[in-house]
Design a binder for this molecule. Structure first.
Ligand SMILES: [Zn+2]
Ligand SMILES: [Zn+2]
Length: 372
């Protein structure tokens, strides 16, 4: 008896015109999500039965043809019986269908690239503006110098694995309801390498690799942004079996500078003028990324005014020019007054009128008054 009345194409999620390869691909994809190692869904087994059944029918031209023409009833009439399988051995069934590489486990250890290494450094904003360099220490796996990465004690050689005779794989033949399946597994005797080391190197205990503390002088380009990474190609962990080394990624963190706020390549700062400095005019030194600079404030400087220092911002990373520095004027009003100060200000207030606080006409006001 069939276990489902659902449309087999729908179960696999393919079109009715799907080719053999497409059906197989869809089956694998469905099966993967229902694998007991992956899925916790209570109906995973039920759904897996459906998927297997749909695949059984659609993967063979004879049954697919019957199903296309007569549906489920046609299959029953044609004597089709879906495979019944022991649910306890679902994992084995997967292995029978797909081998061990359902989840991308490679069949044989290959020459592989070494892993990347991450390191982090912190620099000051002014260093980021000028560009700098840092000694960056990091632990890295390198080929063992004593055995040149072979893992065997100098003077000895690795020998052929007796378990797999050097193949690195062991094949199991199993008979199932689907027929005979050859299931291949990495050899446990040699871990799939095909060779065993009888006399492991004393330095690396036979692994062929050792961990070394390395320090590199890393150039940090001017204009770098907080959190950006610098890649040093080939400075990561050593590859296995002679594969190329991974890369070193140095993440650069920029310590916040209390004097500045960075926005892209622009820098914002504030400057405090006392009420009288703003009224009378003054010259103040303000911090920039390249040290202090003098800014002249005219008499009548207003709070909220912004002075732009062109080209005094951050350099453009790997580009030309620099952003700007914007300086926001803050005017400080006294919190406390002595008797004498209060008297002075009161006298000032009596003498002040509308004219005292009137701003100079701007260009448009002048233009308007010209037409009045
Ligand atoms: Zn060694
Ligand atoms: Zn072996």
């Amino acid at each position: 008896m069939s276990t489902t009345q659902r449309d087999y194409y729908e179960v696999l999620g393919v079109e009715r015109t799907a080719g053999e390869a497409e059906i197989k691909k869809a089956f694998r994809a469905q099966a993967r999500t229902l694998h007991p190692d992956v899925s916790d869904a209570p109906d995973a087994e039920e759904r897996f039965r459906e998927v297997v059944e749909a695949y059984e029918v659609l993967s063979k031209p004879k049954t697919r043809n019957l199903y296309d023409r007569f549906g489920h009833a046609g299959l029953r009439g044609g004597g089709f019986t879906p495979t019944s399988f022991d649910l306890g051995s679902l994992s084995d069934l997967f292995a029978a269908f797909f081998g061990d590489d359902l989840f991308g486990v490679s069949a044989r250890p290959r020459r592989s690239r070494g892993a990347d290494v991450a390191a982090q450094i912190e620099i000051e904003l002014v260093e980021a503006a000028a560009g700098t360099s840092r000694d960056v220490p990091f632990p890295v796996t390198v080929a063992c110098a004593v055995c040149s990465g072979s893992g065997a004690e100098p003077g000895t050689e690795p020998t052929t694995c007796p378990t797999c005779a050097g193949a690195g794989r062991i094949e199991h033949v199993s008979r199932t309801a689907f027929g005979e399946f050859i299931r291949s597994q990495a050899c446990s005797g040699c871990g799939g390498l095909g060779r065993v080391i009888d006399h492991p190197c004393h330095e690396c205990q036979g692994t062929g690799r050792v961990v070394e503390e390395r320090t590199l002088d890393v150039e940090i380009p001017a204009g770098i942004h907080d959190g950006q990474q610098i890649r040093l190609s080939g400075e990561g962990h050593a590859g296995s079996l002679g594969g190329r080394a991974g890369d070193l990624y140095v993440q650069v963190r920029i310590r916040p500078d209390p004097r500045f706020v960075r926005e892209g390549n622009d820098i914002f700062a504030t400057v405090d003028l006392t009420m009288t400095e703003a009224a009378l005019g003054t010259t103040l030194r303000v911090p920039t990324l390249d040290g202090e600079t003098e800014i002249e404030f005219e008499s009548g400087t207003q709070p909220g005014e912004i002075r732009v220092l062109r080209g005094r911002g951050m350099p453009v990373l790997q580009g030309f020019g620099r952003g700007d520095q914007r300086v926001l004027v803050n005017v400080q009003v006294p919190h406390r007054l002595s008797e004498q100060q209060r008297a002075l200000l009161e006298e000032f207030e009596r003498s002040a009128g509308e004219e005292t606080y009137r701003s100079d006409e701007g260009f448009f006001e002048k233009l308007k008054s010209a037409f009045r």
